[in-house]
Design a protein around this ligand. Sequence first.
Ligand code: ZN
Length: 64
Amino acid sequence: MKNLMSCSICGNTFSEDSPEVAMPFCSQRCKLLDASRWLGEEYGLPIEDEESIQQPQEFSENHS
Ligand SMILES: [Zn+2]
């Protein structure tokens, strides 16, 4: 059995010798996510999921 690590960003388990691993994260993507999270805190920016950044509803109910 390989020594499995648990990614603190996405929670995935991964093996240390996986080619995509960016220790201590499972991938470069998670490493960047972690970095951006720290940067966000440093600059006081709220880190939102893209899904939560949605256009305001423009379906006004003025069809009376
Ligand atoms: Zn991850």
